[in-house]
Design a binder for this molecule. Structure first.
Ligand code: CTP
Length: 402
């Protein structure tokens, strides 16, 4: 089933140049299974035509408050919508929305809507920074609307330069739509702590020991938990991918730093997913200066770093769900079961490092989920995003049972 099947999204478009990106958003929403009803303001029609949206959504586009004799379109459109999105929302629209105006179809729909509302402002950076706009945004947020902050970057016209004012990309808006549609029943209000990526252990000021972890799996879990409405903190080692824009990130370098960050966050976390691959060894002595080629030591004495899961047991919140990962090459399930018990986990997600398409660096994963209580669940080869969702489904089941 497509993720937004059975949902109706009311998509308002106001008169900004970013409306060309809204056409793509309409397509993404329709592809995700949503019924998309588009409402264009008069000035939006100066920028983009109704036929574009009609073609992309397969549904009629609405423009007039009183259209050919039926005056109650706004009530019909607003009623039963699962979500209302306005993108782009101009400074003028924000001001009219903040004042509770209802003199055109879109503003009337906003007043009549009982569904959650997502407003996506886009405008010139000075208009965004103006106190009048900022006060309108603060007021709209106090009314319960979700208002995204525009992104910094080059604005539409070459004369405008760059600054905060750009509309976020349609994929990012889609992620927010997903979060708002999913959040109600899922992880809303829960605190989820995720670790991702490798850690680095210095040998000298320029060299380190590490591993091939990219952070993709942990980032996918953080994003999926955020979409389900959780308040997410990501403790990230040096990632090879761009971290998600909407979750709180604590950057760390060494295993010791990761352990300290986890310890600090853990007492508040309802869920911990340890998807990171912390370095297990470090040099007993880190050289103060760069080790010169001519001074190459024949060997480097190593010691173990702390095991983060095992050394933070006392910091766990009562009832928290704890998920570990295990990357194994031999006796995969046996070793994973031992880790499940030794690290007092609710779930352990097991990768066979020798299997193609699974493990470090790639976008897919084939995992088995072991739990302390249920039969092992072998998942098929899935994208890391789908793997993240499968893991969180099980986390939610456990959480709901406690
Ligand atoms: N882990 C941890 N602290 C470490 C190393 C690993 O908390 N210093 C966590 C990982 O994030 C993962 C789980 O422990 O969730 C298992 O990691 P793995 O590397 O598979 O196991 P190790 O405990 O390092 O054991 P071994 O090296 O014997 O496989």
């Amino acid at each position: 089933m497509r993720p937004f099947e059975g949902r109706r999204v009311l998509l308002g478009v106001t008169g900004g140049i970013a409306s060309y990106k809204t056409a793509w958003l309409a397509r993404l929403l329709a592809q995700a299974g949503a019924e998309v009803d588009v409402v264009l303001t008069k000035s939006a029609r100066e920028f983009i035509g109704a036929v574009t949206f009609e073609a992309l959504t397969g549904r009629p586009v609405h423009t007039e408050l009183i259209a050919e004799g039926h005056a109650l379109d706004h009530i019909k459109l607003a009623r039963g919508a699962s979500l209302m999105v306005v993108a782009p929302a101009t400074a003028d629209f924000l001001s009219r929305a903040a004042a509770g105006r209802s003199d055109d179809l879109l503003s009337a729909c906003l007043l009549a809507a009982s569904a959650p509302v997502l407003l996506v402002p886009a405008m010139n950076d000075r208009m965004w920074a103006h106190r009048a706009t900022q006060e309108n945004v603060a007021h709209l947020r106090s009314l319960g609307y979700t208002v995204l902050d525009p992104e910094a970057g080059p604005l539409a016209s070459p004369h405008e330069g760059s600054g905060p004012g750009r509309m976020p990309e349609p994929e990012r808006i889609l992620a927010h739509v997903g979060r708002m549609l999913e959040a109600r029943e899922a992880l809303a209000g829960r605190r989820v702590l995720v670790t991702a990526g490798p850690t680095r252990e210095a040998l000298d000021p320029v060299r380190f020991l590490s591993n091939h972890s990219s952070g993709k799996m942990g980032v996918a879990i953080a994003e999926a938990a955020w979409r389900r409405g959780a308040d997410v903190t990501l403790v990230a080692g040096p990632l090879s991918i761009v971290p998600p824009p909407d979750v709180r990130i604590v950057h760390v370098e060494s295993t010791e730093q990761m352990a300290a960050a986890v310890r600090a966050e853990l007492p508040n976390a309802d869920v911990l997913v340890m998807a990171a691959a912390p370095a297990d060894f470090r040099a007993k002595k880190v050289a103060d200066g760069k080790i010169k080629k001519a001074q190459r030591p024949d060997s480097i004495a190593l010691e173990n770093t702390d095991d983060i899961l095992a050394t933070t047991l006392d910091a766990r919140k009562k009832g928290a769900v704890i998920v570990g990962f295990a990357l194994e090459t031999d006796d995969v399930l046996k070793h994973a079961r031992e880790k499940l018990a030794a690290k007092k986990l609710d779930l352990i997600v097991v990768n066979d490092a020798r299997e193609a398409g699974a493990g470090f660096g790639v976008d897919t994963n084939r995992v088995t989920i072991l739990s302390a209580t249920a039969e092992p669940a072998e998942l098929p080869l899935l994208s890391k995003h789908d793997t993240a969702d499968a893991i969180l489904d099980r986390v939610q089941e456990i959480l709901n049972g406690r």
